[in-house]
Ligand binder design. Structure first.
Ligand code: TRP
Length: 339
């Protein structure tokens, strides 16, 4: 068996963008891999340090969302992991930082973007998360259940520079102290990138442009009815543009009735269908997709012991982290009080 590890920052309930960009790619991996799904709540502090209640609630929402879409922590190879409950990760971060030239962080794309946005307000913690994310991934290196192989990390395109840094850090450590860490490989699938309901490429709850995976039928309906379409189209009887039109992007992603979608596109371009009909059909398609997820979410909400699920997966991950950290400390020649 090989290892898959991926993570998410808990900042709110997951939405259709997460499903298309990440979750649908994770689901089949549960069959063949040792899977660690990490809730990176310490990393969430890099942007939400003043919102502990939001993070606490989001942790539980993420677990429910994961269960609702079909991740299965009851399988022996699937582990839901809470980052802040593994102190060894933070020690590992510190040790890895010693072999990490500061310039690697200064040239990390996310760090550059954040500095452009926040200037001097960017915290050391934010810059440091390049190393912290390396620890998140590399702690799995000593897993006796998997072959010595690359750790597979399913992520969005935006995370690829981080994984490159993770490998640079792993190699720098191995060069300095002998073979200790595996390297990792991004798994950037054919995943679609969704846009917000307003057509914006940045999707977030605070923008009010997302449809959550466990949204009620009424919320789905309201969100679709409020979706942006072709801004240049002034009435239903003139030709409209399908390309880049949010309503059709959603149809393409979630409507399994391909013939219906093709017919709607033809009629839209011919000026023989109005936005309302296109949206009504989208509501039906999204309901087909979301109703089972919503139902499972409610079921788990009533019956699942979220803390126990997280505690269980975290315990397994922590044992690995302890073993890998021990190996790293030995490799570095730290003085041992045990003789
Ligand atoms: N940085 C990732 C994001 O913002 C989340 C994350 C934290 C992660 N630790 C990870 C992803 C380890 C992959 C592997 O989406």
């Amino acid at each position: 068996m090989k290892t898959v590890l991926t993570g998410i920052r808990p900042t709110g309930p997951l939405h259709l963008g997460h499903y298309l960009g990440a979750l649908c790619q994770w689901l089949p991996l549960q069959r063949d891999y040792q899977c660690f799904f990490l809730i990176a709540d310490i990393q969430a502090l890099t942007t939400h340090m003043d919102q502990p209640e939001l993070i606490q609630k989001a942790i539980e929402d993420v677990v429910l969302d994961w269960l609702a879409v079909g991740l299965k922590p009851d399988l022996p190879n699937v582990h839901f992991v809470l980052q802040s409950a593994i102190p060894e990760l933070h020690e590992l971060t510190n040790l890895l930082a010693m072999v990490t030239p500061f310039t690697w962080m200064e040239t990390n794309a996310t760090v550059i973007a954040e500095r452009a946005r926040l200037g001097d307000k960017v915290s050391t913690g934010f810059v440091y998360y390049v190393v912290s994310q390396a620890a998140d991934i590399l702690f799995t290196s000593l897993d006796p259940a998997v072959s010595k192989a690359e750790i597979l990390v399913p992520v969005g395109e935006d995370q690829v520079p981080h994984l490159r840094d993770t490998n640079k850090i792993a190699k720098a450590f191995n060069r300095q102290y002998g073979p200790t860490f595996n390297t990792c490989k991004p798994l950037v699938g054919e995943v679609g990138r969704l846009v917000g309901t307003d057509g914006n490429s940045k999707m977030s709850k605070s923008e009010g442009n997302v449809i959550e995976l466990r949204a009620t039928a009424e919320e789905v309906k309201a969100a679709v009815m409020g979706m942006f379409t072709d801004p240049k189209r002034i009435s239903a009887d003139v030709p409209g543009t399908v390309e880049g039109n949010p309503v059709f992007i959603y149809h393409d992603a979630f409507n399994s009735n391909l013939a219906e979608v093709a017919a709607l596109k033809d009629r839209y371009e011919a000026g023989t269908v109005g936005d309302v009909e296109v949206k009504e059909k989208l509501i039906i398609a999204l309901e087909d997709f979301l109703a089972p997820i919503r139902a499972k979410g409610l079921e788990y909400q009533a019956s699942a012991d979220i803390r126990a699920i997280l505690a269980d997966g975290t315990k397994h991950a922590r044992e690995l982290a302890i073993a890998t950290l021990g190996r790293a400390r030995d490799a570095m020649g730290l003085y041992s009080l045990e003789g």
